[in-house]
Design a protein around this ligand. Structure first.
Ligand code: C2E
Ligand code: MG
Ligand code: MG
Ligand code: MG
Length: 287
């Protein structure tokens, strides 16, 4: 290795880092502006019981309607949001819009089960979450029995002082459902299922995706579902895309599914039509 080659590599490396931090700073400024301009909106994806087809919940997912870049997925901006002090304002905005949607669905007499909101670890850390939910519930006249908070397993791991666990216990005591999102992708610990203040778990779509091709994945999924049911923990299976997956899951028990097979995430207006159709169609079958 020549010294110069090493130096070039180092220069490149530091330049890349600088480019990246410049990019992130630009994105952060853009995010701040977008919050002011109210460019974020929610799309909604239903969850249905795979036996009764009853709608058990609707997950709210954030989108950014960017003035020049078009509609942006959360994967493109949430990682930066998490590193800034924008996590709490964005989280509050999502809670507020989700509860506003819940209010409107109720007013229209549409059954949606519960509305599920994804909570970011950075928002949890600010300690304002209880108040944020309380304010939104008061503002929209929506009770906790209509709400689910989805959290990643990591919020319980990176939590040495148990402040997240306490906060989620408080939300649970208030009457919200608490669901572990993407279960099985992190350091999934089965003991958590018994110890944590959770009412449900969402089995990650990586399990669903390999259900029919990976016998071991199928066995784990099946036993997870039975363990959860035995502990009286709700189950939502994520990422159901095919009839074959749906049928295989149906053999495993009585729980809820979410995925493109049932419906893609959709804007509020489409959701009302979808719920209306499901509600009025007694012979509704998932196709
Ligand atoms: P998640 O909470 O696990 O949400 C499910 C994601 O899977 C969504 O992606 C959804 O569009 C996608 N999905 C649903 N069904 C299927 C399917 O059948 N097949 C496939 N391939 N994908 C499916 P999305 O909306 O891009 O969100 C990605 C992640 O971003 C979410 O994963 C969640 O962790 C995070 N996120 C989304 N909205 C919010 C939010 O408002 N706040 C926070 N903190 N995080 C959010
Ligand atoms: Mg989620
Ligand atoms: Mg998930
Ligand atoms: Mg996921």
């Amino acid at each position: 290795h020549s010294k110069d080659g090493g130096k070039d590599r180092w220069t490149c490396f530091t330049r890349d880092l600088k480019d990246r931090s410049d990019q992130e700073a630009a994105l952060e400024a853009d995010l701040r502006r977008a919050l002011q301009e109210d460019e974020f909106f929610l799309v909604f994806q239903p969850q249905v019981n795979l036996r009764t087809h009853q709608v058990t919940g609707v997950e709210a997912l954030v989108r950014w309607q960017h003035p020049t870049k078009g509609e942006l997925s959360p994967g493109l901006f949430l990682p930066v949001v998490e590193k800034t002090n924008l996590a709490a304002p964005l989280g509050r905005m999502v809670i507020n819009k989700a509860l506003m949607a819940a209010r409107e669905l109720k007013d229209r007499g549409l059954d949606f089960g519960r509305i599920a909101v994804n909570l970011s670890p950075a928002h949890l850390k600010t300690g304002t979450l209880m108040q944020d939910f309380q304010n939104a519930m008061d503002a929209h006249g929506v009770g906790p029995e209509l709400l689910t908070a989805e959290v990643l397993e990591s919020v319980f791991f990176n939590d040495p002082s148990h402040s997240n666990a306490k906060l989620l216990q408080d939300l649970h005591d208030l009457g919200l459902h608490i669901e572990l999102d993407d279960f099985g992708t992190g350091f999934a610990s089965l003991s958590h299922l018994a110890d944590l203040p959770i009412t449900g778990l969402k089995i990650d779509r990586s399990f669903t995706a390999r259900l029919l091709t990976d016998r071991k994945k199928e066995i784990v999924t099946n036993h997870l579902i039975h363990l959860a049911r035995a502990l009286e923990i709700n189950v939502v299976c994520e990422g159901v895309e095919t009839d074959a997956q749906f049928e295989r899951l149906r053999m495993m028990g009585n729980f809820s599914v979410q995925g493109y097979l049932i419906a893609r995430p959709m804007p509020f207006a489409t959701l009302t039509t979808w719920l209306n159709t499901v509600q009025s169609d007694v012979t509704f079958t998932v196709t």
